[in-house]
Ligand binder design. Sequence first.
Ligand code: PLP
Length: 280
Amino acid sequence: RYAYVNGRFHRHSEAAIHIEDRGFQFADAVYEVWSVRNGQLLDADGHFQRLQRSLGELRIPSPRTRAALEQIIAELLRRNRVRNGLVYLQVSRGQARRDHAFPRTATTPTIVLTCKRLDFAAADARAEAGIAVITVPDQRWARCDIKTVNLLPNVLAKQAAQEAGATEAWLVDADGHVTEGSSTNAWIVTKAGKLVTRPADNHILHGITRARIFQCSQLLDLEIEERPFTPAEACDAREAFLTSATSFVTPVVSIDHHTIANGRPGSLATALRQAYLDQS
Ligand code: PLP
């Protein structure tokens, strides 16, 4: 297996960054994840645009043009023989003696790319069965719209989910509303058949798949209400589901061990998953 680090491909087991890298020291870094299906990046534009925005918000200079990144990604996928899976990209502010403030003299951003195979058949099976989620307090900062590698609250939330026998954790803010999942956006369907998801403000990541569901919902003639919802409303909803680049649309069939509707994936979530895959 191979990884790309700062201009070169290395064996994955030998690829390394410096101990004074600000990504390692301070999580002073952003990342992006693309799904790869049949050798193609899914929603390439959206993920490249979000990468630019994340870099801009942290004032990290863009280390490569999009065209250059696309070439690197194509070569990475070729070397690793990945046709179905994901590409992970991380850019940190670079290497400097440890000091919280930005280095006085400009550093060269560190850039790392890896990829791995994913078994989308297993993901399909998970979607057909539906998944369980638990809720945990949202303990993150106020700029969740920037895709930084500062993921410790997300890590702890996902671990809590696994320990509870669930697949994902939904994060609940101080007002008692669901913000999003630890690595997914959260949705419910009301009894009247409307889709509900939290507005894309600074408390959630603006999911690229979330944005695509807005397009798919138009095709299916579904209405979306962008507003916060509580775990209680979700438990009582007709359907619930989550979205992300690697899980597409995945129906949620229980929340905190409470079964949603008849405990089976909802028809709208299933239709949206199909519409998303058909349009990709
Ligand atoms: N929310 C969080 C916190 C995430 O980490 C992710 C993806 O990694 C998402 C939502 C879903 O975003 P996307 O659809 O762009 O993968």
